[in-house]
Design a protein around this ligand. Structure first.
Ligand SMILES: Cc1ncc(C[n+]2csc(CCOP(=O)(O)OP(=O)(O)O)c2C)c(N)n1
Ligand SMILES: [Mg+2]
Length: 334
């Protein structure tokens, strides 16, 4: 506790940046959830609410030039890396001003301006892409890091093992971030992976540097990942993290789904009490370097940014019918 208070005193700017990023993700997704039933957003959306600390902490440590790749649950990673909010909301509305020109939707975000290299819904399909980017960094000697976010479900795909093996073998500058939210759709971990086998320990046994942490503690994630990124930049090869976390809303869509019975209210309440955003806010206020007024100003600014993004999306035009086959394969959307 004292350690974290000191962290905030020494690193006020970083602590506020983490708070800003987490609030921005939270506000944005709450607005998506609020407006989803209007049926103007016609793509599936997988909300990241509850997991914000991981994206915020990891992406704050990365440079703009570093690569990030993500999954179906990508809003948090895109925004934390500095992806354009207007273009993200326009994308979800299917508008031509969207980051994938309105043809990708929530699960296909990209912003090459900040090296957010893309997200796709094929579980684990992005992991070899991140490793390929890692190989290109090594060949070009550009000293970047390639970071890939994925869920606990991705660990059940063959390509996960091949990719990690190759990254270790070639000592590639890849940061693997496994967000273990305990579920793959409605299936809990215990029906998918052997009980008592920790993901990070299994990957360690493959020969990779690994660690595990509380994904609801933004400052804790920041402190753990910082030396790992330094080690990757020194050429020591990949690093793998498993962070424990929890998604609050249904797997896909804007609602809560505790009533359907695949997880208990008790479990949900346990995690909701560990709300990463409120935990950070409490720490900031307790440190006394940050005042309630600072928090309110941040919240107000974000609220305006989010309102403006939805207005931008609603006012933007849809893509032209004639362009339906454009920008699909070999032409980048940016
Ligand atoms: C290869 C593949 N198999 C199955 C699916 C269907 N699917 C979409 S998301 C998902 C759950 C993935 O769980 P996890 O990786 O833990 O991510 P989370 O949704 O929990 O963030 C599944 C099975 C898919 N998109 N791709
Ligand atoms: Mg999961």
């Amino acid at each position: 506790m004292v350690f974290m208070d000191n962290f905030i005193k020494r690193n006020k700017k970083i602590a506020l940046e983490l708070f800003y990023k987490m609030s921005k993700i939270r506000f944005t997704e709450e607005k998506i959830a609020e407006k989803y039933s209007e049926e103007k957003m016609r793509c599936p959306t997988h909300l990241y609410t509850g997991q914000e600390a991981i994206a915020a902490a990891v992406c704050t440590l990365l440079k703009r030039s570093d690569f990030v790749i993500s999954t179906h649950r990508s809003h948090g990673h895109y925004l934390a890396k500095g992806g354009d909010l207007n273009k993200m909301i326009a994308e979800i509305y299917g508008k031509v001003t969207g980051c994938s020109k309105g043809k990708g939707g929530s699960m296909h975000l990209i912003d090459r301006r900040v090296n957010f290299m893309g997200s796709t819904a094929i579980v684990a399909g992005t992991i070899p892409v991140a490793v390929g980017l890692g190989l290109s960094i090594k060949l070009h000697k550009t000293n970047q890091v390639s970071c890939v976010f994925f869920g606990d479900g991705a660990v059940e795909e063959g390509v996960f093992y091949e990719s990690i093996n190759f990254a270790i073998l070639k000592k590639l500058p890849v940061l693997f971030i496994c967000e273990n939210n305990r579920y793959s759709v409605y299936s809990p971990l215990k029906v998918r992976q052997p009980e008592g086998r920790n993901i990070y320990e299994m990957v360690k046994a493959m020969g990779c540097a690994t660690d595990f942490g509380d994904g609801n503690d933004a400052l804790g994630v920041y402190e753990k990942v910082k030396p790992a990124i330094e080690s990757i930049r020194k050429g020591n090869g990949p690093f793998f993290f498993e962070f424990a976390t929890y998604r609050w809303r249904e797997h896909c869509g804007p609602n809560y789904d505790n009533d359907i019975g695949y997880r208990s209210e008790k479990e949900f309440d346990f995690w909701k009490k560990k709300d990463p955003l409120r935990l950070l806010e409490e720490k900031l206020l307790r440190s006394s370097v940050v005042k309630r007024k600072d928090i309110e100003t941040i919240d107000e600014n974000i609220s305006q940014e989010v309102e403006a993004a939805f207005e931008f999306a609603e006012k933007s035009p849809f893509p032209e019918k004639d362009d339906v086959f454009k920008h699909l394969y070999n032409e980048c959307a940016q």
